[in-house]
Design a protein around this ligand. Structure first.
Ligand code: DGJ
Length: 389
């Protein structure tokens, strides 16, 4: 009897219409879900100063960073910047890529701590992280500039963390000032005799020729000899022989120091040299081309851009010679609105990396990536709106 009872079999055409409608609903539902997924379009070229979306379509948040190549993958580490403060609320982020254009967000490599009094307590200042791989210990070693929470830029320390995998998680090891109780390698008996005569109390005024001369001679090296040398803007460099170096702004940002690292890349050996004493350099980035070491730095104007500087040396230990600004193009006198952070070697070429800071909206800071060319055997960084590797 059709049409009576609970289990009435629908007519064939009604049965198929119901199935079709249900399938349509399922497809519509799946399509809406797919449309909601934040799938980013492929990035096909470098557009310095523009937003740079990661694999989730979010602007890459890895500022003051550096890149490590491990296997066939590049890892970009940088400061996570929040929307309203430059203090570290998250830590160091990591992104990975095989083509240097499309970056996968690997999350937080080194997290700030919620433990009160921790060196890397949430709200500290954690800047310019760099990671190098130690082939002997098989560890990934991260160094960064650290300022203790609530103390402005007074601590002037470096921090060290270590991981077993490139993307982390990194374990924080320690932070401190540099090379306490050690003189730079170029300080022989003559230099030390001069240092002996220097006394900070004799200089009531800064920036006088006499003060600058005393800084050059080591006034602040002497001042900080016992407690350790100040360590702010920084980079790391691994040389062809496997030796690694920590290059940082010291002496109230007046002089750069290059300090040799121990074989495990986790400490200073105590051997260090000063570069451009009293030259007021920040943001060091370094590479070696055909046996010559090249370093690009900035002046010290906070988050505001200034003119890039360039130095070269036949050995990491110097002597370092200053050259004119390597930037060419619009706003070359202001490093195109940016500040150097790293120089990445790629297949015998080099990429200059810099940050366009946005201190009022730190997470919106932008990146400058430009190829380094050579003119008269000297590096030149020419602005390009859009370029491919
Ligand atoms: C310039 C440095 O290069 C940055 O890393 C940051 O420390 C700002 N100064 C803070 O003003």
């Amino acid at each position: 009897m059709q049409g009576k009872g609970f289990f009435v079999r629908p007519k064939k055409e009604i049965f198929y219409t119901t199935i079709n409608n249900n399938m349509k609903r399922v497809f519509l539902f799946l399509w809406v879900l797919w449309a909601m997924l934040p799938i980013a379009a492929q990035v096909t070229s470098v557009r310095s100063g523009e937003l740079w979306p990661d694999d989730q379509g979010q602007h890459i948040n890895a500022h003051g960073g550096g890149v490590l190549k491990y296997g066939d993958t590049y890892y970009w580490f940088g400061e996570h910047k929040s929307d309203h403060t430059s203090d570290a609320l998250v830590g160091v982020t990591c992104y990975s890529s095989k083509d240097l254009l499309n970056w996968k967000n690997c999350g937080v490599a080194l997290s700030v701590s919620d433990e009160r009094g921790s060196d890397i307590e949430r709200g500290c200042i954690l800047e310019r992280p760099k990671v190098i791989y130690n082939k002997v210990t098989k560890k990934f070693c991260m160094w960064f500039h650290l300022e203790l929470k609530g103390r402005g830029y007074n601590a002037a320390r470096y921090g060290v963390a270590v991981a077993n995998r490139p993307e982390g998680p990194y374990k924080f090891l320690y932070s401190q000032r540099a090379d306490a109780g050690t003189w730079p390698i170029e300080f022989g008996s003559q230099e030390l005799a001069v240092v002996d005569t220097l006394n900070a109390r004799n200089f009531k005024e800064s920036w006088t020729p006499a003060w600058l001369k005393a800084i050059g001679q080591g006034l602040y090296v002497k001042r900080d000899f016992g407690t350790g040398q100040m360590s702010r803007d920084m980079t790391l460099y691994v040389d062809d022989d496997g030796k690694a170096y920590h290059i940082f702004s010291s002496e109230e940002n007046l002089t750069l120091h290059i300090a040799e690292l121990t074989g495990d890349y986790l400490h200073h050996t105590g051997r260090y040299t000063r570069v451009a004493p009293a030259g007021h350099n920040e943001a060091p980035a370094i590479f070696k081309h055909e046996g010559t070491y090249w370093m690009i730095t900035s002046g010290c104007t906070g988050w505001e851009p200034n003119e890039a500087r360039m130095f070269s040396a036949p050995s990491i230990w110097g002597p370092w010679t200053q050259h004119p600004n390597p930037c060419r193009g619009p706003r070359a006198d202001k490093t195109f609105g940016g500040q150097s952070t790293f120089i990445l070697p790629v297949d015998g070429k080099y990429i200059f990396m810099a940050d366009i800071w946005r201190p009022r909206h730190p997470s919106d800071a932008r990146y400058i990536w430009l190829p380094i060319e050579f003119e008269d055997n000297k590096p030149v960084v020419r602005w390009q709106d859009d370029w491919k590797f």
